[in-house]
Design a protein around this ligand. Sequence first.
Ligand code: NI
Length: 178
Amino acid sequence: MILKVARIGHPVVRAAARPVPPEVLASADFQHLVDDMVDTMHEYEGVGLAGPQVHVGLRVAVLEVPASDERARVAVPLTVLVNPVVTPLGEEKEQAWEGCLSIPDLRGVVPRWNLLRLEALDRHGQPYTVEAEGFFARVIQHECDHLDGGVYLDRMEGLRTLSFLREFERFVASREDE
Ligand code: NI
């Protein structure tokens, strides 16, 4: 089922989400929620979606980067993050463009850690750890910020790069293709 996406201005986007308790993780409702979040991410062609963006105040997010995405050097398979913890590895940050389904039609340049360790539970409650780098690490940081009520605008060093999607495609994306 496709869920309604909350946009900035709706308080749920700015509220910190609570950890998913074990009894919720074990419920059929939670599995449906995860399925619906994946459907919603695909429908709106996002690479990630967090609980608060679909009016659910739980620390759950989904992400997937198709191989066709020019921002990623490698595709990222569908990943479900439950109660994630992110630890930056090293000091290196990268600047790159981001957008967000809760902030439609805008793009901005955001600094993010280049390398990190993600510790989380999968949709069935099994713990896993991955090291992520580049665009994969960027998407993880973007989604985990949502769980604390954060959006990428908060992480921008200034608003001078903030662009409407159409102008971004006209003046930025087309130039990067050359
Ligand atoms: Ni977002």
